[in-house]
Design a protein around this ligand. Structure first.
Ligand SMILES: O=C(O)CCC(=O)C(=O)O
Length: 242
């Protein structure tokens, strides 16, 4: 990681790294990802429709929390190992994995992930350092829901967030005109801070848009979260003020 990349991440609140994983590694994650989607692992408690649609016949945005808890071998594979190095390099040696998750936009589901800051999902913590590595398992494009970021938004206080659909995603205000889209090749990743405002369009293509996401924060803050019973296993609460 170069000084320039570190500075960009600090100043803009997000950073693209490409390529990150080899084709062979992407293939490995692709197969495991499909095993999760096809319920070859017992995901029932950790799987939900992030869109909040609650349609028994169809998922619009599949979210599966804590894949490395279900399949711990993932922790010793290149994605988690290299991501840990990057997290330490960007935010300090005390950064550890807090949680991971899979978010897939199935073909032709066309549901946005609304504008939000991740911190709105979390309990308030004294040390606010946090970052996410969002890995494209499939190519991420404008038409299947690549990520969009509002530069420098992480420097602003946490915005008000709402939950218009019960059990659905948290939502704040943002527009594409103030933001930058980050299309990615499979195996590349984009990193964002816990307070960076972001969103993605819906998937209007005939293919999945699979993303594997790893979140890091200081070890002491993870301990504080767990002591308060907060383990990212899937409940969505709203935090509107910082
Ligand atoms: O994959 C998406 O559409 C949303 C991901 C996201 O909001 C996140 O990783 O914080």
């Amino acid at each position: 990681m170069t000084q320039q990349e570190k500075l960009l991440f600090k100043e803009e609140g997000f950073l693209v790294i490409e390529p990150f994983l080899s084709q062979k590694e992407v293939q490995y994650y692709s197969e495991i990802y499909n095993d999760f989607l096809n319920n070859k692992f017992d995901n029932s408690e950790l799987r939900s429709d992030l869109s909040g649609a609650n349609d028994q016949s169809k998922e619009f945005i599949t979210q599966i929390m804590l894949p490395s808890k279900v399949h711990p071998i993932l922790l010793n594979q290149p994605m988690h190992e290299k991501a840990t190095e990057i997290a330490k390099c960007l935010m300090g040696d005390d950064m550890v994995l807090d949680f991971d998750m899979l978010i897939n936009k199935p073909p032709n589901t066309n549901k946005q992930t609304p504008w939000h800051q991740d911190a709105a999902y979390w309990i308030d913590l004294p040390d606010k350092r946090a970052l996410s590595l969002w890995f494209a398992i499939d190519e991420a494009t404008l038409n299947n829901g690549c990520m969009w970021y509002a530069p420098k938004s992480h420097l602003q206080p946490l915005k008000k967030h709402f939950q218009p659909i019960g059990g659905g995603p948290l939502q704040s205000k943002g527009i594409e005109q103030d933001s930058i889209a980050t299309p990615l090749q499979p195996g590349s990743c984009v990193i964002h801070q816990g307070h960076t405002l972001h969103y993605s369009r819906g998937n209007t293509t005939n293919q999945n848009r699979r993303a594997f996401i790893l979140n890091f924060r200081p070890k002491k803050m993870v301990e504080l979260e767990r002591a308060q019973g907060f383990d990212h296993s899937g409940k969505r609460k709203v935090r509107t003020e910082d």
